[in-house]
Design a protein around this ligand. Structure first.
Ligand code: RIB
Length: 306
């Protein structure tokens, strides 16, 4: 079994600022750094660090060596990564403020050169026991989802960022991983987490949903149960990529046949560690550190809600 991540790879340009730049203002950052990122790359690195056999299908420009090196170091197979000669790699301009909040400006670059044939090439390798993990930072998502509808595999969809490119029909999804803002936009409804999970399942009863709730924890629901996973308490330094760490570890554990309860625990512990460190891919912990976090907090585990 393996996890195939079809997604974005970005060069993240971090700017630590006193406050986010306001209209008509010019601001000098306190500190800058360039780090690997992109939701696809981050999630692939998290999967591989969670010890799942992981493949990345992504695109960079000739300036993307940092991204390839990052994937290799994490143990991700990059056979499906293509270097587009005539594009630059995707770039994220990330302002990080003193409250550890961020705001991101995204230039997709090579991530927007995906065509149907690129998806077909990867999906040919995917078997019925494999997981395909996708987000919304690449071009032609609709084409990809049409192909996934015909494919026998487990599809995890993290619809981030939510844009008009998200297909209306999400019946290709086996498990949706979202935050509250994203699910409210998808469902065009607001409400408490349990309500949002139930609304999703009303539309797609054969699927499951993982709703991440930042420092409040996370929730899992399928047609049989609702689980609440409390958060591990940590000092937050940088939340960039925390959701990706969660999603990647969750998939890695499911792929290795851990129970949903265990997968939630590992995902939650991994993302808790990630927010204590700067950067996205660079903040993803090793499996040993995640295990240690869980061992130190035996009481933090999923609680059944129904
Ligand atoms: O989810 C975090 C990621 O979003 C960053 O690494 C940045 O590249 C943007 O894609």
């Amino acid at each position: 079994m393996a996890v195939y991540v079809i997604g974005s790879m970005n060069i993240d340009m971090f700017f630590d600022v006193e406050h986010f730049v306001r209209p008509k203002e010019t601001l000098m950052p306190i500190h800058t750094e360039v780090l690997p990122g992109g939701k696809g790359l981050n999630q692939a690195c998290a999967c591989a660090k969670g010890k799942a056999k992981t493949w990345m299908a992504g695109k960079t420009g000739p300036d993307g060596q940092l991204l390839l090196d990052t994937l290799h170091t994490a143990g991700v197979n990059t056979s499906f990564v293509q270097v587009e000669k005539n594009s630059l790699s995707g770039r994220a301009i990330i302002q990080r403020d003193q409250m550890a909040e961020n705001c991101i400006l995204l230039d997709p670059g090579a991530n927007h050169t995906f065509e149907k044939e690129d998806f077909e090439r990867v999906l040919e390798h995917v078997g019925p026991k494999d997981i395909v993990l996708i987000q919304n930072e690449i071009s032609n998502l609709e084409e990809l989802t049409q192909l996934l509808k015909k494919k026998d595999c487990f599809v995890v969809f993290n619809p981030a960022p939510v844009t008009k490119d998200i297909p209306a029909d999400l019946s290709f999804v086996s498990c949706l991983v979202v935050n509250e803002v994203e699910v409210e936009e998808l469902l065009k409804k607001t409400g408490v987490p349990e309500f949002l999970c139930k609304e999703w399942l009303k539309k797609y009863p054969e699927s499951s949903i993982v709703l991440t709730l930042s420092s409040a924890g996370s929730m899992y629901a399928d047609k049989e149960r609702i689980l609440f996973m409390p958060a591990f308490k940590v000092d937050v330094k940088d939340t960039t990529g925390a959701g990706d760490t969660y999603t990647g570890f969750f998939c890695a554990m499911l792929d290795q046949e851990y129970t949903v309860e265990e997968a939630l625990r590992y995902a939650s512990a991994a993302s808790a560690i990630a927010v204590t460190m700067p950067g996205a891919a660079s903040s993803i912990p090793e499996l040993d550190a995640v295990k240690e976090k869980i061992a130190q907090n035996p009481d933090i585990c999923p609680i059944r809600q129904n």
